[in-house]
Structure formats: C-alpha cells, structure tokens
Design a protein around this ligand. Structure first.
Ligand code: GLU
Length: 511
C-alpha cells in the first residue's frame, strides 16, 4: 500500500491499520458475474493482506429486494468458496449485517448530522426541482440541487409542513473540490460544481444508499472499498460524509481507500448487463462450471497474475491468486467477457482435478438429468468410476460429461439416436458398416472376454481390413448406432462399458 494523501481534515487510512474489505450487494434478481468479480477481488485483497472480509447486505429498497435473492447470494458465495469473517449468517461484532435491520443506526446518524447542521430538511417538490433544473441547464449552470432550502428558518419549515409537504433530508456538501487516490486509477478529482447537496433520506423516511453504505463502512471499520466503476461518481459524496462523520463521532476517524474495478464488456462491445444471459451466475453452476474455473476466469476480468520466469499464464488456483493479488495490477481499462475462454479455463481446471473428484462432481449433474438415482446406487457408481477417466480429458464443463455418458446410464427404452447424426452416419452405406460390425462383434464368442482389445480387434479386421474402410469412416456409424451420437468417449472403451448385450441389441435395432 502506498501512502495516501490526506483529504481535508480527516486522514485517509494508512498502512498501519489492518485491512478490512467488504462485499455489500443488494439482493435484487439473480446473482451476476459483475457482482462475483467484485466479491472475488475484495476477498482476494483481504486475504492477500491477512485482513478481514465482511459480507453485508444492502437491502434498503423493499420494493426491489427479495428474500429469494438474498438466499441465492449466500448460496453462490458458499459455492464459490469466498468465505467471510464477519457478516450475514455468521455474525460478528458490528451486526446486524442486513441494512433492513439497521434502521435505528441510520436514524441516529441522521439526527446527529441534522443537529450538527451538516444536513437539512428540504421541502422542494419534484416539479419545483425540475423547473429550476431546466432553467440552470438553459443558462449553462450545473443542474444539481441549488441549495435553496439549505438555510430555511424554523418558521419557513413550519409553513411548508403546514402545506402538507414532507421533507427529504439533504447532506450539505462543503464547497470544495474532492480528490482521492484511487487504488486502480490513481488520483481523481471531482470539481465542487459537480457535487451538490444530495438526498440521504427520502420523504417517506427511508434512508438511501448514499447514506447507509458509508455509514456502515465507517461503523464496520472498512479500510478498503473495492467496487465497480459504475459507482465512481458517488465516491466524492462518500468522502464528504466521512469528514462529517468524524465531526459527529461516527466511525474510526479515517477515510477508506477506494478502488474502482473496470467495466466488463459483453457481446458487441456493450457493457455486460446483469440481464444478459451470460451474466447469470446460477447458469454457470447448472452448466457444470467448477467454482475454481469460474473464479480463475473472473480474476482475469481486469487483473493478471505476474509471469513466472518470464512466462505469462492464465490458469492458476485461488491460493495462487491470493498470494499474488496486488491491486496495482488491476487494469483500469474495460475488460472483455469471453465465454469461450471462460469455458477453456474451466476445462483446464477439470484436468487439474483428480479423476475421483471429477467423478463426484459429475454425480449431481447425472442426477439432475435423471440418469442415476439419488443417492447413486453401487452399480451406477461402479459404472461411473469406469467411465469418468474416458471423459476427464475431453470435457470443459461437467454437463458435457452428462451428454457423453448418457448412453451408458439411459434405460434401453429411453435410448435415442441424435437425428442429425443418424442422417449423416446411418445412411445405406453406414448401415452396411453396422451390419459387418454386428457380425464381427457377434463372433466374439461367449467364452471370450468382451473387452477393449477383443472389440477393437474384431472391428478392425471386419471394417478396416476386410471392407477396406479408413478408420474414420469405419467407426462413425458404429459409434452413432451404439452411443446415439457422433460425440462420445473413445469407441472401443465405450463398447466395453456398454457391455455385449446392450451393444449388440443397439446395433440390431438400427438395422
Ligand atoms: N450495494 C452497492 C451495489 O451493489 C454496493 C456499492 C459499494 O460497493 O459501495 O452497488
């Protein structure tokens, strides 16, 4: 950490204060990729510095927040393995950690701000505000709040109240420029004219994010705020609030350091929106991304691991990330989300796992597809143990294992052949190949072992030697007839696992 400049009267947190980072999403809709990237970077930052990681929920908007979404956030954080030292579900010294349960905390802070003259009640109606904004725009002046109700007398306030107006509460922005040293972007200055008095409590009494977020950061002793670039413009307001907090004795007397993570661009170089299908985190879990693979890819959205011996690398473990996580390596330029690369990196992580581990992780996917029982039976388990090595090197996602191994687990009455593959491989010529294969396989006597070498031997003699076919042409039709698809594990091993009876039965069926 570098020494940060002092911002006004309140110092920015220094390196002597142990790191406390946080993740504080709002529980609306499905957890998305941008959120997970923020969580990962904050978590890795905290862990790298041996600090604490706080998980707080910013649910102050009852019209948009949902309990379901809250549950999904917890679920996804646990799935990803981003553990927290303090926060929802686990508790801690600064709870509660759901903002919906902290109304009294905010009411107290607001009262103190009002008492100290750092905030005030403003009675402007929406129409009045709009009219003045229009005028300011027309005259080329900044169009933020003009401060008209800053210094109302108690009599003026009473008169507005008597009209039935309900006030919002605005924070009084000191008239000065705001500079902070962003951990990702370096020094950033917002001119005084661009940050006007802002609303901290709605007319209905609800405190807003602009107040609750810095209040909690201050009370929870957050030293480092890593978050998306989309909230950069709220930072000068938050810095100003910190200075006010110091005056009213809220928090620990320092301003945290801020780091704004780059935008993530999706298809067509447009900002990835949380509504884009590739944003949906739950979808990744369903498709069989490994948390290890997904986290590795998310780490690359703005960060890169230092090369080792001059060699760049994209694939690393979470431990390696934590060890190497230097926030100054985060690139402020927009990052591009590339699903193909995400899948490829996941595939690399599948390869890094032990076969037994891959097998265990495939089970829930087979169960979801209705191909094995829950709990898995001993026979199914034995079959899967034999089959997993065949797919381990070939899949990027666990769901691909389901596609590839379906032929082994599906009941004969439910076995189907992909229609496109049938059309391509099982035409007249293809059926001739299957006929020859059937004869050859039937000739593997009952007393001979049905095994990879005997199957391969029989098929090579019948199809390659006797029919004179190239192996690619010879085995395609047999593969489609027996596994139902052109994409399967290696043929001879597949037929061995499928067994003599089912193999012969399927070949006969297509004929
Ligand atoms: N709840 C805010 C959001 O999800 C967090 C902003 C912040 O990190 O300060 O956008």
């Amino acid at each position: 950490m570098t020494d940060a400049p002092v911002n006004g009267s309140v110092p920015t947190v220094g390196p002597e204060v142990p790191v406390v980072a946080r993740f504080c999403p709002s529980p609306t809709g499905n957890p998305h990729v941008g959120m997970a990237r923020t969580a990962l970077f904050s978590w890795a930052f905290a862990r790298h510095h041996g600090g604490r990681f706080v998980f707080r929920i910013e649910d102050t908007d009852a019209s948009r927040d949902s309990q379901e979404s809250y549950g999904l956030l917890i679920d996804v954080m646990r799935w990803l393995g981003l553990d927290w030292d303090e926060g929802v579900e686990v508790g801690g010294p600064n709870g509660p950690y759901r903002q919906s349960e902290r109304a009294d905390v905010y009411a107290d802070v607001v009262q103190r701000l009002l008492d100290a003259g750092l905030a005030y009640k403003a009675y402007d109606t929406a129409e009045e505000l709009e009219e003045r904004r229009e005028k300011a725009r027309a005259e080329g002046r900044p169009s933020g709040y003009d401060g008209l109700h800053r210094d109302l007398t108690p009599e003026q306030q009473a008169a507005y109240e008597a009209e039935g107006r309900r006030p919002v509460i605005r924070f009084k922005m000191p008239a000065k420029d705001w500079t902070f040293d962003d951990l990702v972007r370096g020094p950033i200055t917002f001119g005084a004219e661009n940050v006007q008095d802002f609303v901290i409590v709605r007319a209905n009494g609800q405190p807003l994010y602009t107040l609750t977020n810095p209040t909690d950061d201050a009370l929870m002793g957050i030293t480092h705020v890593l978050r998306g670039e989309d909230i950069l413009s709220s930072t000068p307001r938050q810095v100003a609030l910190y200075e006010a907090f110091a005056q009213i004795g809220v928090g620990q007397g320092f301003i945290p350091r801020f780091g704004h993570l780059p935008y993530v661009m999706g298809q067509g170089n447009k900002k990835l929106s949380k509504r884009d299908p590739e944003s949906n985190l739950l979808g990744y879990r369903e498709q069989g991304f490994l948390p290890e693979g997904l986290l590795n890819y998310l780490a690359l959205l703005g960060w890169s691991i230092p090369p080792v011996d001059g060699v760049d690398r994209d694939v690393f473990t979470l431990e390696e990330m934590v060890q190497a996580f230097d926030i100054s390596r985060v690139n402020p330029n927009p990052a591009r989300f590339d699903l193909k690369k995400c899948e490829a990196i996941n595939g690399d992580h599948v390869r890094l796992l032990e076969v037994a581990d891959v097998q265990e992780r495939i089970v829930p996917h087979l169960q979801a597809a209705g191909l094995v029982q829950d709990p898995i039976t001993a026979d199914e388990h034995a079959m899967l143990s034999a089959a997993t090595p065949l797919v381990h090197e070939r899949i990027s996602l666990l769901s691909e294992a389901v596609t590839m191994l379906r032929f082994l687990f599906v009941g004969e009455d439910a076995f189907t052949i992909d229609e496109k593959d049938r059309a391509k491989q099982l035409d007249g010529k293809g059926l001739d190949v299957v006929r020859a294969a059937l004869t050859a396989l039937e000739s593997i006597g009952e007393s001979t072992e049905w095994s990879c070498p005997t199957i391969e031997g029989a098929l090579r003699v019948a199809l390659v030697d006797e029919l004179g076919l190239k192996p690619r042409l010879a085995f395609g039709p047999v593969r489609v007839a027996s596994t139902g698809s052109r994409i399967s594990p290696p043929l001879f091993e597949s037929l061995e696992l499928l067994g003599r009876t089912r193999t012969l039965q399927r070949l006969r069926a297509v004929l």
